[in-house]
Design a protein. Sequence first.
Lengths: 110, 112
Amino acid sequence: AQRVTQPEKLLSVFKGAPVELKCNYSYSGSPELFWYVQYSRQRLQLLLRHISRESIKGFTADLNKGETSFHLKKPFAQEEDSAMYYCALFLYNQGGKLIFGQGTELSVKP
Amino acid sequence: DTEVTQTPKHLVMGMTNKKSLKCEQHMGHRAMYWYKQKAKKPPELMFVYSYEKLSINESVPSRFSPECPNSSLLNLHLHALQPEDSALYLCASSRTSPPEAFFGQGTRLTVV
């Protein structure tokens, strides 16, 4: 079955600490993966896509096909990074669905 | 214009009412989506329109009826909803490749 797994519901770190939000996927084809962020009372926003290899707001994510992972990392967390983070997988082989993991709530403490 | 706009922002409706949610985008995207999101949960896909044709219906009850009048507009018609249908309803649009989805701010629906 095709799915996205985010094992941590809540991740709490102190400002300036490194942060890693985990994402694993199960997909038979070549995956198209994204990270979305939802700040309090704001719309869901695209943070990263694996094909662009960009760094947005200091976040990076590398696709590891061997480990079927797409973890999101930031070397120094900031308080404004506190939000809900969703890993998402686009399913070309099911007519074009974007499915989401359960989400990880990141809390960055001062 | 790089936004997806949804109206209304909030809606309270009775179980016998009929209402509609509206979504608009002017980015030339040919795929449009409806999602339902409960508090602290991920968005759940309901419908996908591709080139104005319904391509995916995720076994959504018939009290939800989607419509795509043209390439910029997407509606969700609501009839005889249940209190458990109360949620944030999100619209999104994307190019076909790469399939980066842009989301609206949502309509917060309360069924009383």
